[in-house]
Design a protein around this ligand. Sequence first.
Ligand code: ZN
Length: 147
Amino acid sequence: MARNDALLRIHKKLLDRRAELCRRLGMALDDLAQHHSTGGDTADAAFDAASEALASSLAELEARELLQVERALAKLKNGTYGRCEGCGCKIPIARLNALPYCTHCIKCQRQLEEEGEDAGPQRYDWSRVRDSNTTEDIHVNLSELDS
Ligand SMILES: [Zn+2]
């Protein structure tokens, strides 16, 4: 019961976060649109380019977080939220409170990170990707995939 209460609180927090991210993403996109429409001299153009890059990388981060929020909300809906995708154990509420988007227990997360650090593209274990049915928490470098 206590766990359900905690999950409800996290659900509320995720909904708030989603609204906030949507708002900020909307603003970032508006900013980008404005920068594109202004002409200006070269100094302005350089500044615009820099702020545009910053805005777009921020927007990218926020878009990524939004995706994580959506994923967590979907899991709450179908009842798989808070279950480790690695070993299937229940992730402790304390961890979920601190990291509402986490999909793995501490043990599995640590294992993933260790593998991510020294696993080159050759050593990448694709069976693991299939098994866990998700790739978001495994550090996949797109440039590595291209080579
Ligand atoms: Zn686990």
